[in-house]
Design a protein around this ligand. Structure first.
Ligand code: NAG
Ligand code: NAG
Ligand code: NAG
Ligand code: NAG
Length: 408
């Protein structure tokens, strides 16, 4: 891992890019050569062909759909308020992210020269000129059958997030580009990112087990594919779909899901759960291959973040980290520093003792921030790996195709 990425773009290029971003001309997008455009299906052709023309691809906006892995403040805008120590590393206060700092979507926006994405649900101070973030913590792909107040599942599932996207576009159609709204062309030119499904996989795992969860995973993959087609119908042409993480390495699940010690691999991750995630990822990959055949003239990229995260959990030392399956913020110490009864930032009386789940002093040495979510440092490494293009299916050198800014 740790692929080397050559970033480019001088500061004058950058100034020009920012000016053109403000102007938002319709031509601001991946330049497509007419040869490539003639008979391509939804594949990498457009991005690839952009590499051959003089102008590099860039995106004026990102529209993101997801859960806590990419929520930049939506959930906590709807249901205030998040507590410290969230945000401690970068924002120095809770910033609506399930992290000590920035998420992959934050670094991705930075790489494409865009500001942090405003959550669609945030009514104060939002700016949708460069996209919007529909992700909320605890969101599922499938419609939830339960309430936030019963099981902690977000009401903003993928279908709702899609409706919000359509509503945003409808407002732009009605009102034109005014205030904090983008011009209508942006819906064709934007990058659409989808990073969701982890809660469909995990929320019922303890009660129905792997075999139970497997029953509805095809529905999850199909719903993602359907969402891409809907986004295509409203103009979307470039999509990145992130696969699911190796949850068998998460301190939260290592301490809460039933398993035999024989299920642990040499890195201390649960084989059965990781294999089940892997099976789902294969299904997702296959489903997206089908979707590509059905849609013309677009780019649909499957992003294998599972492999990147697994590598970090397995060999943290190889990447300048110390702890893999141990949580930075948690209670209990030991191998996992996680207690399912008291989450990061909370206190609880356990056995007559008032205990608190606090942050470690060195999150830069951990993969896992709070037992379930990655640290900022891990998110940065994951983004570097993603931007290298090596984890795309099929792999291609994104940095050679698109203008990328350094992240950090
Ligand atoms: C909710 O229930 C419906 C109908 O039984 C089912 O199709 C759907 O998959 C369920 N959703 C979840 C998230 O369990
Ligand atoms: C996705 O599927 C294709 C075709 O079956 C395969 O070649 C590729 O290796 C798969 N990618 C990943 C990351 O599993
Ligand atoms: C593909 O997209 C390009 C750029 O948006 C457009 O000019 C071209 O007409 C499209 N081709 C087809 C076959 O739809
Ligand atoms: C437990 O400790 C926390 C942090 O010191 C404090 O905020 C909270 O009020 C205490 N709770 C109880 C029940 O004493």
């Amino acid at each position: 891992m740790k692929p080397t990425i050559s970033f480019h773009g001088s500061s004058t290029d950058e100034a020009e890019r920012r000016r053109s971003l403000r102007r938002l001309p319709p031509a601001f997008r991946c330049r497509r050569r007419s040869v490539a455009a003639s008979a391509v299906f939804c594949c990498l052709m457009l991005l690839m062909s952009a590499g051959k023309s003089e102008a590099k691809c860039s995106f004026p906006a990102i529209f993101n759909f997801g859960d806590s892995n990419s929520d930049t403040g939506g959930f906590w805008a709807a249901f205030p308020a998040q507590r410290p120590p969230y945000g401690m590393t970068y924002f120095n206060k809770p910033a609506g992210r399930a992290c000590d700092g920035r998420l992959v979507i934050d670094f991705l926006a930075q790489a494409f020269g865009l500001p942090f994405l405003s959550p669609y649900l945030q009514s104060i101070g939002s700016d949708f000129l460069h996209g919007a973030n529909f992700a909320t913590l605890a969101s599922t792909v499938l419609l939830p059958n339960t309430s936030l107040f019963v099981t902690g599942i977000s009401p903003f599932s993928l279908a709702i997030q899609l409706n919000q996207m359509k509503e945003l576009r409808q407002r732009v159609l009605e009102m034109g580009p005014e205030g904090n709204l983008p011009p209508i062309e942006i819906f064709n030119e934007a990058l659409y990112t989808i990073d969701i499904g982890q809660n469909d996989f995990t929320s019922n795992l303890a009660s129905i087990g792997i075999e139970g969860v497997k029953q509805f995973l095809p529905q999850v993959a199909n719903e993602i594919a359907w969402t891409i087609k809907e986004l295509y119908d409203i103009g979307g042409r470039t999509f990145m779909v992130f696969n699911l993480a190796p949850i068998g390495c998460f301190p939260s699940f290592l301490t809460s899901l039933p398993h035999e010690s024989s299920d642990l691999d040499e890195y201390g991750c649960m084989t059965s759960y990781n294999n089940a995630v892997n099976d789902y990822n294969i299904l997702l990959n296959q489903t997206l291959q089908q979707t590509r055949l059905q849609l013309q003239n677009c780019s649909l990229i499957y992003v294998d973040t599972y492999s990147v995260k697994l590598e970090l959990f397995r060999h943290p030392q190889n990447h300048g980290l110390i702890y893999g399956t141990k949580s930075c913020c948690g209670y209990g110490g030991g191998a996992y520093n996680f207690n399912p009864q008291v989450y990061c930032g909370n206190s609880k009386v356990i056995n007559g003792m008032n205990v608190s789940a606090n942050a470690c002093s060195d999150p830069q040495n951990y993969v896992s921030w709070d037992g379930t979510h990655a640290t900022e440092i891990a998110n940065k490494m994951i983004t570097m790996a993603v931007l290298s293009g090596s984890y795309f299916d099929p792999p291609f050198p994104l940095a050679q195709v698109c203008d990328l800014n350094p992240i950090g």
